[in-house]
Design a protein around this ligand. Structure first.
Ligand code: NAD
Ligand code: DAU
Length: 352
């Protein structure tokens, strides 16, 4: 089996669902259930004995040690993180605690387990660390996209904490020989995305008749990847990646934020028009810019294609249509997230 951390979040949740749809191999899903973790995302898996959920923190080395000893996974995939840049600006503590200290504790627990595995299991074991393109900092309009050799230059508390975690993972490979793989992916979007991030926020605000907040001039560029394509890239790297290597994951979909928001408004105009006949674009509102806002991210994903044969299946146009349709068709999940009811359940169940 494999052990996944952060599998009740956006990407981890999609990964767990997709994994169990395409493999018979069971998985343990360790998640702290922060505000971003939501077991409703995993409702489809209720009654599936291959999905073993454990409520816990990657910083809890004792718990990790017990889980590893009991279940003896062949791989660990680390999604667990604080992931929202704006939150990291307002309160960086949790980012340092989970992304840096948590990754350190995970590495130490995994190292202790891996060191004592029988030779064949030891050789086959992998730790895959899921990271971000934000570690590379920002690009000017005419710069080449980030390749794996691009120097790290993180600009936000979030990206600095992710960069620190990547460095720890690299060092544990170089120093102790821990068999690690790292992926650095661009902006994801798709089902189960928490509505603090641009795309789900805009869809839900539009439908609720609220303003669609555009930071600064809206000309910042992000490189968008449909989350299911990210999940397939992770599976491919886990299967065939070279130990100690990093792989950039992206969809060659650079878009300015304002263009993304207009695309969503046009889709909503088509699929669920406003009662007054006006476009949802009427709700666009320019607001104060994010502090230290990175201007442009773009990923050069050629290494992953050349060496491991991975390519995304969705274009931005196909992926964003699927995403808008998913939000229109999943009012139960949305109501639960927006009302915060899922947090009440976590409090009741786990007392946190
Ligand atoms: P998310 O915020 O939606 O989910 C994070 C999950 O981790 C939640 O379920 C949360 O409960 C859990 N978690 C947080 N702290 C934990 C801890 N200490 N112990 C155990 N679980 C904990 O994040 P996401 O968008 O799904 O991102 C997943 C990973 O992918 C992160 O490492 C992020 O840096 C990386 N990433 C995200 C994107 C993106 O566009 N969202 C792009 C590239 C890389
Ligand atoms: O690049 C990968 C990263 O993408 C991941 O590592 C992060 O975990 C993920 O959150 C995401 O970071 P961004 O900051 O790029 O995503 P966000 O959705 O917060 O913002 C996307 C862009 O939209 C960014 O330029 C800020 C802008 N924005 C965002 C919000 C929430 C707005 O203009 N208005 C908004 O209300």
């Amino acid at each position: 089996m494999i052990l996944v951390t952060g599998g009740a979040g956006f990407i981890g949740g999609n990964f767990v669902i997709d994994w169990l749809a395409q493999s018979v191999e069971p998985l343990i899903n360790l998640d702290k259930l922060t505000y971003a973790g939501n077991l409703n995302t995993l409702k489809l898996l209720e009654g599936d004995a291959r999905h073993h959920f454990v409520h816990g923190d990657i910083s809890d080395r004792g718990l990790l040690g017990r889980l590893l000893a009991e279940h003896r996974p062949r791989a660990v995939i680390n999604f667990a993180a604080e992931s929202h840049v704006d939150r990291s600006i307002h309160g960086p503590d949790d980012f340092i605690q989970t992304n840096v200290v948590g990754t350190f504790n995970l590495l130490e627990a995994v190292r202790a387990y891996w060191q004592n595995l029988p030779a064949d299991d030891k050789a086959a074991f992998r730790l895959l660390h899921v990271s971000t393109d934000e570690v590379y900092g920002t690009l000017a309009a005419d710069d080449a996209p980030f390749a794996e050799i691009h120097a790290y230059a993180p600009n936000s508390p979030y990206s600095a904490s992710k960069a620190a975690s990547d460095h720890l993972v690299r060092a544990w490979h170089h120093t102790y020989g821990l068999p690690v793989l790292t992926t650095n992916c661009s902006n994801n979007y798709g089902p189960y995305h928490f509505p603090e991030k641009l795309i789900p926020l805009v869809i839900l605000n539009a439908l609720a008749g609220k303003p669609l907040p555009i930071y600064g001039d809206g000309q910042q560029i992000r490189d968008w990847l449909y989350v299911k394509d990210h999940c397939s890239a992770i599976r491919r790297v886990l299967e065939a990646g070279q130990l100690g290597e990093t792989y950039n994951v992206g969809g060659w979909n650079e878009k300015a934020n304002l263009e993304v928001v207009h695309t969503i408004c046009a889709l909503l105009d088509e699929l669920q028009p406003r009662a007054d006949g006006l476009s949802y674009a009427e709700q666009i509102t320019f607001v104060q810019d994010r502090l230290g806002h990175d201007r442009r991210y773009a990923i050069d994903a050629r290494k992953l294609e050349r060496e491991l044969g991975w390519k995304p299946t969705e274009t931005f146009e196909t992926g964003v249509r699927k995403t808008v349709e998913w939000y229109l068709g999943n009012s139960g999940w949305i109501a639960n997230v927006t009302s915060g009811a899922y947090r009440d359940w976590v409090q009741q169940q786990y007392g946190v």
